[in-house]
Each structure stands twice: as structure tokens, then as C-alpha cells.
Write a protein that binds this ligand. Structure first.
Ligand code: BG6
Length: 484
């Protein structure tokens, strides 16, 4: 892929996301010749750097964030020749005229405006781009999550953006959809005839979706303390994973077909309101703890976090999808920070056999585990005969590890998604109605927490989260699939 010649304009060019993810991803796209030779990258932020000083800063970060074998003077030299920097204060409308002059007249060139900024700045930036004549047919705008903090605020931002950018030119990123392993889930479901007939309530007992992190809030306390795990992770990443597990097969692998199917799932989520909020959700916050001999701080002692903070750093919940395929199948979701182990995985727990044939053994239901992180694998547990006399059964696993099956460098999610934006492919981006449907479901849960059940349950940093998250499953005779 050579892509179109374009200007990639990154707002928030000195921020964490730009340095850790976007610029390393652009470096790889450049090195692997996926960028058109005429493509330019312009970073913008308030700091008054000279372009050369900015390049030095980027070099430091890129060389840290790409594998050392992938960083070469040659590639860096030609990459940095594409890279430019301009100080710009987003709140100053007139500075956008300067930006327009800087970009110059370039008919036919695609312009990608990537807003790697705080969400409050999305709408003002879009309006100022329009004011400076930059929101034309050649322009695409990329918005990071979370978009809004409730249905009402998301609508307002979407309305404002929509007043200057047509929906087809708005790319709302959820980087989980850019992960290879997440797309593999689609390949597994719709590229194999094996699973689909069983992929329903008649055969599936329940589903678990876990995104567990060992990191705390790091340097993002100011943002995170306002957001919490529900807005930071569940409203977007976890619900998107749930959609991919649960959706019907789209007719085409094209943006509208895929997004229509995901939307149907979001709309079929049974609302969790009133007393159900207490019964079906668990909200936690980490307190001081230990992992591998190291003392870990409590959340409320983290930088830029309020000492009396009630923000949740952990959520577990039981969701249900009211449609023909999934009626009666619980979907357990959980995510949290400062936990015992880093892992993101989807567990499909199949029902057990209907009749016990072998005396003395109760066969377990088969379990399909799709591991997304830290390594990508798919394993399927099967019941097999234990060697020797009699007919004792034992669980064994079929394991597929992607790094062994494909000995190739894995693309980072941002590489894939940036290239999709350049090529104008929105299949792996969230449409406005998806975002709003997700908020419609999340809002009453957050509302319920504020009303009746304000303070989160404490869990020790380095642990597996609050005990209440275990009881949530135990009540239904289930358990989280963890090797504790
Ligand atoms: C981000 C969240 O969207 O995803 C972070 O804001 C979280 O809080 C991150 O740590 C996890 O992404 P990944 O790709 O590191 O699993």
C-alpha cells in the first residue's frame, strides 16, 4: 500500500499519546513504505519548540518505543525529513489562519487532523478548522476516546463536529479495534464454519470479557480522576469487544455493514437501572498493596488525584443481550488497574454434555479462550480420556499461539488505524450512533452509582480486584477464569 499523499496534522503533538503511540506508528509506516513519498506530518502543541528541537524530542521517544532492531539512522533520517512542528494554541481562533497558511494550497491532498488532545478541545478545534477553511472535502478528522462523558455531552460534541464535518469524514478511534487479535476474533467467527452454529444460547453457557492491567493511573491522574474505569474502558473498549463477540455476520466487510451489526447489539443490551445497578455491577478502587515484593500506592495517593476521590479504577458487571441468539446468556465484563496480572481475554464457556455417559466423571463444558494480550493465542479445552484403566476424563487444551504460527512483526493498533484513515476506510472506527447507544446503556449505571452506592469497594493494589466481583459470578454458579 502506498496510500494517498496527505498532510497528517497531529494536535497534542507533544502529549503522551503522540509520543508513545502515534509517532512510533508513523515511523513504522514510513519505514515499511506505507506512506506516500509526498506525505508530510505536522505536529502542533502550545510549547514554543523550534522544529529541530521537536524532532530531537521525537527521536528520543521513537527510539524508545520501537524495537531497537527496527530503529535505524537511515529510516529516522528520512522519517524526520517529513516531520514538522508548529506552536499553536487551540483556544486562539486566529492561529488557525496561520495553520492554513502553513499547510498552503494543496489541491487533491488528503488532510488528516488527528485530535490527540483532551476531549474538551474536540469541538472548538473542529469549529476553528472550519473557520480557517480547512474542513473541506479533503479533510478527515480523527477523535480519540472518550467522546463525551455522558449521552448528553457526547451528543453535543457530535452535533458540533457534525455541523462542520460530514459523518463520512469523522473517524472515532477505539484502538482496541486496531489490535490484530481483535480482528482475529472476526476471522475466527466468520472465517471458520466450525464455531458459528454453536455460537448461541443453546450451546454457550456464559461469556467473560476481561481487560486487566497491572499499571496504575501513571501520569494521567487529572484525566482519569474525572473519567473512571467505566468511561475510560467499559463504554468503549469492552463494549466494542462484546459487540464483536455477539454480533450477527455482516453481509460485507465494509463500514456500514459491520457498524450496523454492532449497533444492533448495543441497542439490545438490557438496561441496568435502579436496584439492578447494585446487584449486577461492582465498582472498585485500589488501595495500598504489593506485587512481587514491591509496595504499590493507593489510588488516592497517585499524582493529580483527589485525596477523597470516589472514582472507580475497577468495574465488573453482568450484561445481558435481549435478542434471539443471546437470551439468557450472561456476559460478564471486568476491567481494572493495578491488578495482579496483565491480561485481556475473552472466554466463551460452552455448556456441558446433556447426558453423563462415563460413570464417576462430570465432563466440564468446553471453553474457548481468546487471549488478546500480553500474547495472542486461542485455546480450546476438550475432555479427553485420562491414560490407563477405566474411563476417567480429564481436561486438555488445544493451543494456538500466533507468534509461533506467524513469525512476523505484529503491527501496533495505531499503525493499522492510521493507515485506514489515510485510505478512508472507516470499518474499524465507531460511528456516531454506536457511541451514543453505548452511552445510553452506561449512563444509568453511573447514575445509579451516584445515587445509591457512592463509594467504591476497596481492593489491594496487586490483587485480583474486589471480592464482590467474585461473588457476582458465584451467585450464578460461575467463576472468573483465572490462574490465581
Ligand atoms: C486506553 C485507556 O484507551 O487504553 C487506558 O485510556 C488503558 O487507561 C489503555 O491503559 C489500554 O490499552 P492497551 O492497548 O495498553 O491495552
Amino acid at each position: 500500500r502506498g496510500g494517498n499523499a496527505c498532510d497528517i496534522v497531529v494536535f497534542g503533538g507533544t502529549g503522551d499519546l503522540a509520543m508513545r503511540k502515534l509517532l512510533p506508528a508513523l515511523y513504522y509506516l514510513h519505514r515499511d513504505r506505507h506512506l506516500h513519498p509526498q506525505t508530510r506530518i505536522l505536529a502542533l502543541a502550545r510549547a514554543r519548540h523550534e522544529p529541530e528541537a521537536y524532532r530531537r524530542l521525537v527521536r528520543r521517544h521513537v527510539s524508545q518505543h520501537v524495537a531497537s532492531a527496527d530503529f535505524s539512522e537511515d529510516s529516522w533520517g528520512s522519517f524526520s525529513a517529513r516531520l514538522d512542528y508548529m506552536p499553536l494554541d487551540i483556544s486562539q481562533r486566529l492561529e488557525f489562519a496561520r495553520l492554513a497558511r502553513h499547510l498552503g494550497d494543496s489541491p487533491g491532498r488528503v488532510r488528516v487532523f488527528y485530535l490527540a488532545t483532551l476531549p474538551d478541545l474536540f469541538a472548538p478545534t473542529a469549529l476553528h478548522l472550519h473557520g480557517a477553511g480547512l474542513a473541506d472535502d479533503q479533510a478527515r478528522i480523527v477523535l480519540e476516546k472518550p467522546l463525551g462523558e455522558s449521552l448528553a455531552t457526547a451528543r453535543r460534541v457530535n452535533d458540533q463536529i457534525g455541523s462542520v464535518f460530514d459523518e463520512s469524514r469523522v473517524f472515532r478511534i477505539d484502538h482496541f479495534l486496531g489490535k490484530e487479535a481483535v480482528q482475529n476474533l472476526l476471522a475466527l467467527r466468520f472465517g471458520n464454519a466450525l464455531f458459528e452454529p454453536l455460537w448461541r444460547n443453546g450451546h454457550i453457557d456464559h461469556v467473560q470479557i476481561s481487560v486487566l492491567e497491572t499499571v496504575g493511573v501513571e501520569n494521567r491522574g487529572a484525566y482519569y480522576d474525572q473519567a473512571g474505569a467505566m468511561r475510560d474502558m467499559v463504554q468503549n473498549h469492552l463494549l466494542q469487544l462484546l459487540c464483536l463477540v455477539a454480533m450477527e455476520a455482516p453481509v460485507h466487510f465494509e463500514p456500514e455493514a459491520v457498524r450496523n451489526e454492532k449497533l444492533k447489539i448495543l441497542e439490545a443490551l438490557r438496561p441496568i437501572t435502579g436496584m439492578d445497578v447494585q446487584d449486577q455491577t461492582v465498582r472498585g478502587q485500589y488501595s495500598r498493596g504489593r506485587r512481587a515484593g514491591e509496595t504499590l500506592p493507593a489510588y488516592y495517593f497517585e499524582k493529580s488525584v483527589d485525596h477523597d476521590s470516589n472514582t472507580e479504577t475497577y468495574v465488573a458487571l453482568r450484561a445481558e443481550i435481549d435478542n434471539w441468539r443471546w437470551a439468557g446468556v450472561p456476559f460478564y465484563l471486568r476491567t481494572g488497574k493495578s491488578l495482579a496480572q496483565r491480561k485481556s481475554e475473552i472466554v466463551i464457556q460452552f455448556k456441558s454434555v446433556p447426558h453423563r455417559l462415563f460413570p464417576g466423571t462430570t465432563p466440564e463444558g468446553n471453553r474457548l479462550v481468546i487471549r488478546l494480550q500480553p500474547d495472542e493465542s486461542i485455546s480450546l479445552s476438550l475432555m479427553a480420556k485420562s491414560p490407563g484403566r477405566g474411563m476417567a476424563l480429564q481436561e486438555v487444551e488445544l493451543d494456538l499461539h500466533f507468534d509461533e504460527a506467524f513469525k512476523r512483526r505484529r503491527w501496533d493498533a495505531y499503525e493499522r488505524l492510521l493507515l485506514d484513515v489515510i485510505e478512508g476506510d472507516a470499518t474499524l472506527f465507531m460511528r456516531r450512533d454506536e457511541i451514543e447507544a453505548a452511552w445510553r446503556w452506561v449512563d444509568p449505571i453511573i447514575g445509579g452509582w451516584q445515587e445509591v452506592y457512592r463509594s467504591p469497594k476497596r481492593y489491594a493494589a496487586g490483587s485480583w480486584g474486589p471480592e464482590a466481583a467474585d461473588s457476582l459470578l458465584e451467585r450464578a454458579g460461575h467463576a472468573w477464569f483465572d490462574e490465581r
